[in-house]
Design a protein around this ligand. Structure first.
Ligand SMILES: NC(=O)c1ccc[n+]([C@@H]2O[C@H](COP(=O)([O-])OP(=O)(O)OC[C@H]3O[C@@H](n4cnc5c(N)ncnc54)[C@H](O)[C@@H]3O)[C@@H](O)[C@H]2O)c1
Length: 448
């Protein structure tokens, strides 16, 4: 005989499968907005929550503030019922709530969970029984169980508890990491398997039903902590391997070997090797930050994560390595950084995206300015750059003409819209940190 609770669970799963479930997504940023469009594209009724009233107004006016998301996509979603709000009371109408808010580091390089805690405190008074709450923000193992669950349980009015075992009533809580790679068109979002770890088996089942409507494969793991750790393993793997090639690049340069030629040869091996590429330093919201969430948590277990620390050391030194090569290049032309006019090409942390969080360009510009250079930048994605958590630049985009006026042009982001051959032809000196001048022979090029 099936119980009322079993019936409710089956009903909710059916609502997910038939797209009748109402999905609330908290945080309309680089993760939450595309996710909203994915659900909306699958005919779900989606409500986007954000504390930024400007973003909410833009979305409700059918506009977009993320370059690769066209207003037409927002408008199509609106036709399917998508709208945005700052009003947390509407959480009560949702069948599922997915949290995609930032998880930065604070000034001491320690996890700043304030966005998660503020969000959970705001939604807790409005949650109801049988609702599915999913955290997607990248964080250390234990966050869902140790931070999210207690705040939900103390913050709701109805005395609801998180469901741990079959037959219990309450809210279902899951951690499911976001695996988006902005700008990467090679894998369709639907083809990226979705990992889910629930506080109880029913939570995982519900999340699998919801995400199964979007993603072709859902990968259940035994707990939220296992899912949290999965995301960190993926990002630490990238961080450590990028540090490895960044270090080997420096050795190769001393030995007169082209690291890119070596990587191209190594990646012909059909097994046991994955190519990572050196660059001017790490950027983005994930790779420079997430590993330190784990090293912080590891201390609680009296454990030192040496790979993470070493990789961090190598990667954060890369902008300084670039500056050294700018100085060397200018030196060859009997010039110094002080007083030189230098154009930095690319602010975004990687090619063809409009995201400059933690971008090495910001550090490179600041270091060049500190040394007395007169710095300009060009980036088609940023008409201007003001100040952020770690920078204060107040600059506007410089057109890509009259390159000969600069003592040096530093290629930091390899946007595909740049004509690198023309850049080399027109410049006095080019510092290439991304191998964009591959195959070109010119005394003006310094590769680093
Ligand atoms: N950007 C990526 O490529 C990427 C990839 C994988 C994982 N992640 C992770 O996803 C999470 C979100 O990242 P993002 O890049 O989307 O961040 P983002 O800064 O682009 O967006 C976050 C949004 O949350 C909103 N917000 C902040 N506090 C809020 C609150 N209390 N209530 C409602 N909204 C609030 C902000 O206004 C913003 O619109 C982070 O944990 C990040 O590490 C990001």
């Amino acid at each position: 005989m099936t119980s009322a609770i079993d019936n409710r669970l089956t009903g909710l799963k059916q609502k997910m499968e038939t797209r009748e479930a109402r999905i609330g997504i908290v945080g309309m940023g680089y993760v939450g907005l595309p996710l909203s469009l994915l659900f909306s594209g699958e005919r779900f009724h989606v409500t986007g929550f954000d504390i930024d009233a400007n973003k909410v107004a833009t979305l409700n006016a059918g506009g977009s503030y993320i370059v690769r998301i066209l207003p037409a996509e927002i408008q199509a979603a609106q036709k399917a019922g998508f709208r945005a709000t700052t009003n947390y009371a509407e959480i009560a109408q949702m069948d599922a709530v997915i949290i995609c808010v930032p998880t930065p580091l604070d000034e001491h390089q320690e996890p700043d969970l304030s966005y998660i805690t503020e969000t959970v405190k705001s939604i807790a008074p409005h949650i109801h029984a049988d609702q599915l709450i999913v955290l997607e923000s990248t964080t250390y193992p234990g966050t869902t169980e140790e931070v999210v669950v207690p705040l939900l349980e103390v913050g709701n009015r109805a005395g609801l508890k998180v469901v741990r075992a079959a037959g219990e009533t309450g809210v279902h809580v899951v951690f499911s990491p976001e695996r988006e790679d902005p700008g990467n068109e090679s894998v369709a979002r639907h083809d990226i398997p979705k990992v889910v770890g629930g506080c109880g088996p029913e939570a995982a089942e519900l999340a699998a039903a919801m995400y199964g409507a979007i993603f072709h494969r859902v990968v259940p793991v035994s707990s939220p902590s296992a899912a949290e750790m999965t995301k960190l393993l993926e990002n630490i793997y990238r961080c450590v391997n990028i540090a490895l090639v960044n270090e080997l690049k420096q050795l190769c340069m001393r030995m007169g070997i082209d690291i890119h030629e070596v990587i191209d040869a190594a990646k012909t091996k059909p097994f046991g090797y994955q190519a990572f590429y050196p660059g001017p330093g790490l950027g983005g919201h994930c790779i420079p930050i997430d590993p330190f969430y784990l090293s912080w948590k590891a201390k609680q277990f009296d454990f030192r994560t040496r790979f993470i620390e070493l990789a961090g050391e190598v990667n954060t030194a890369m902008p300084y390595f670039v500056i050294e090569h700018v100085a060397n290049g200018l030196n060859e032309q009997c010039k110094s950084i002080k007083g030189s006019k230098i154009l930095v090409l690319g602010l975004a942390y990687k090619r063809d995206i409009d995201d400059l969080r933690e971008s090495p360009s910001l550090t490179i510009i600041e270091l060049l300015r500190d040394k007395g250079a007169i710095v300009a930048y060009n980036d088609p994605y940023f008409p201007k750059v003001g100040h952020g958590r770690h920078y204060d630049l107040n600059m506007t985009n410089t057109p890509l003409d009259n390159l000969g006026q600069y003592d040096a042009v530093v290629i930091v982001t390899d946007h595909s819209s740049y004509d690198y051959k023309a850049i080399v032809e027109q410049s006095q000196l080019v510092i290439d940190t991304r191998n964009t001048t591959k195959g070109m022979v010119s005394p003006k090029i310094v590769r680093c």
